[in-house]
Design a protein around this ligand. Structure first.
Ligand code: 5RP
Length: 235
């Protein structure tokens, strides 16, 4: 994406964010992701509600997404009254050819994973810079419990060759937890195993590896969007 101007990058995000809405139909309950690409999905859903009478309800994956969704007139659900979503539309920081993802650059990984695991399908909106051969150049976000985070960090360091950095002393997720960014480098050959290994560490609340979760990537490129569909896609 470095060859593109900021305006071109923004236009591609907008195109992907809007194209993902083709999967949304009246009557659906949807998960609403977080980030600068999904922002355009939320705006488009708001437009369709106002102009086309689209009838949906959604569960947001962050406080920021909830605020924008309410501003756009999208009815909000909560988990008290909803146990299954039709689909979720969310962004990603990296994806590989198996559609395994790194997410959490925006710090919303825990809610994003709860929503993704409760959805009948996952549509990911991304631009070409997010496509990688091997995951890990993007530092892997790991949400941890505040208690003993230093010790949790040491245990993560024991399986991460690069540095594991606290994302700011005053940075807390919407759930009140710190995030550790683990610099694996582009070496995550087995993301399924790594997700499991990291989740087994006490103190780890959630890991930004989303494996076997995404069904379709709506990939923004200049002049249109490419739909990359997993052979086993549920949508
Ligand atoms: C937030 C996320 C975002 O979906 C991810 O960071 C991509 O965001 P953007 O569309 O702004 O690049 O995982 O936790």
């Amino acid at each position: 994406m470095s060859q593109f101007t900021d305006a071109e990058k923004e236009a591609m995000k907008e195109e992907a964010g809007i194209a993902a809405c083709t999967f949304v139909e009246s009557g659906m309950k949807i998960g609403i992701g977080t980030g600068s690409t999904v922002k355009y999905t939320i705006l488009e859903l708001g437009r369709r509600i106002r102009e086309e009478g689209l009838e949906i309800a959604g569960i947001p994956t962050s406080d920021a997404t909830e605020k924008l969704s309410i501003e756009q007139g999208i009815p909000m659900l909560d988990w008290g009254g909803c146990d299954q979503l039709d689909l979720v539309i969310d962004g990603a920081d990296e994806f590989d050819c198996d559609l395994h993802l790194i997410k959490g650059g925006g710090g919303a990984l825990l809610r994003e994973k709860i929503v993704a695991e409760s959805s009948g399908g996952m549509v990911v909106v991304a631009d070409a810079s997010k496509r990688v051969e091997v995951l890990g150049a993007f530092p892997l976000p790991i949400e941890v419990n505040p208690y003993g985070w230093e010790q949790t960090k040491r245990r993560i360091e024991s399986i991460c060759a690069g540095p594991v950095l606290l994302r700011g002393t005053n940075y807390f997720t919407d759930n009140g937890n710190p995030i550790l960014d683990a610099h694996f480098g582009a070496t995550i050959a087995d993301p399924v195993q790594l997700e499991s290994d990291l989740r087994a560490i006490a103190g780890v609340v959630e890991v930004g590896l989303f494996t076997n979760t995404a069904d379709i990537i709506v990939l923004a490129a200049q002049g249109g969007c490419e739909m990359i569909r997993k052979p086993t896609a549920r949508l």
